[in-house]
Design a protein around this ligand. Structure first.
Ligand SMILES: O=C(O)CC1=CCC(=O)O1
Length: 253
């Protein structure tokens, strides 16, 4: 498998890995890279079956998605990194912090969940996408991803609608099945990475209660609720997210 990635920022600075959500690609982080790369090496990549990362036919598992990150870090000779993920990217981050804690320094979880059931809903969505393609997901997804003020904006529809329609059908479906089968809750309390959890106050996909559940289970975790923001809060509130991420990843503990 070929993982598509981009590494920017000052040589020798700590590395932060950025992991995208279902149906997006590494350009989800366009508003973060210039700010974070002033102080960190930023390693953004495309999840399996998304963007330029090829994927075998699904179903996938979070273990495979986390394994893709570990393989990329190994290839680049990076022993330990900070990690930020949106939604599916956050699930990948929780899997890594639970199962490879020696590789993850600090964690930022943006609009994600440790338990996003029912599993049948994700299997049904996988089947719809295998039959009709990711284009069929554009209309229902954009109102989950953005608040009403942004959802109809031409640049948003072009960038994010285009990204989703271009996502590989099998890659999207395989990732839906990884969400259906995820089992992150039992080990959440074992996470030792300093963790910052974000919620979008208007997020219908992973409402703030999911972030509260994570923040309550992870020792010392801090919760930030952004408003106005729906599911892709890093795109909707880039200045606030950048400031909080930079502080989380660079401040002395
Ligand atoms: O349903 C959506 O599009 C929101 C979402 C759930 C998991 C993910 O990565 O995005």
């Amino acid at each position: 498998m070929n993982v598509n990635y981009e590494l920017t920022g000052p040589d020798g600075a700590p590395v932060v890995v950025l992991s995208n959500s279902l149906g997006t690609d590494l350009t989800l982080w366009d508003e973060q890279v210039p700010a974070l790369a002033q102080e960190l090496q930023v390693l953004r990549y495309d999840q399996r079956g998304h963007g330029g990362t090829t994927g075998k036919p699904g179903p996938y598992t979070l273990k495979q998605l986390g394994g893709d990150v570990l393989a990329l870090l190994n290839t680049l000779g990076i022993r330990r990194a900070h990690f930020a993920g949106v939604s599916l990217g956050g699930m990948t981050g929780m899997w890594l912090a639970e199962n490879a804690p020696e590789r993850i320094d600090r964690l930022a979880l943006i609009c994600t969940s440790a338990d996003l059931g029912p599993a049948s809903m994700w299997r049904d969505r996988a089947s719809v996408v295998r039959n009709k393609g990711t284009q069929a997901m554009v209309e229902p997804s954009l109102p989950r991803w953005f608040t009403p003020e942004l959802v109809g904006r031409a640049d948003i529809v072009e960038k994010f609608g285009g990204m989703l329609a271009a996502a590989d059908d099998e890659g999207y479906a395989g990732c839906c099945e990884a969400i259906a089968d995820m089992d992150l809750l039992p080990k959440l309390g074992e996470i030792t990475a300093p963790t910052l959890v974000f919620a979008g106050a208007e997020d219908p996909a992973t409402p703030p209660s999911h972030a509260e559940q994570i923040a309550a289970a992870v020792a010392g975790a801090r919760l930030e609720v952004l408003s106005p923001a729906a599911h892709l809060a890093n795109a909707e509130q880039p200045e606030a997210v950048n400031r909080l991420l930079l502080d989380h990843f660079t401040r002395s503990l």
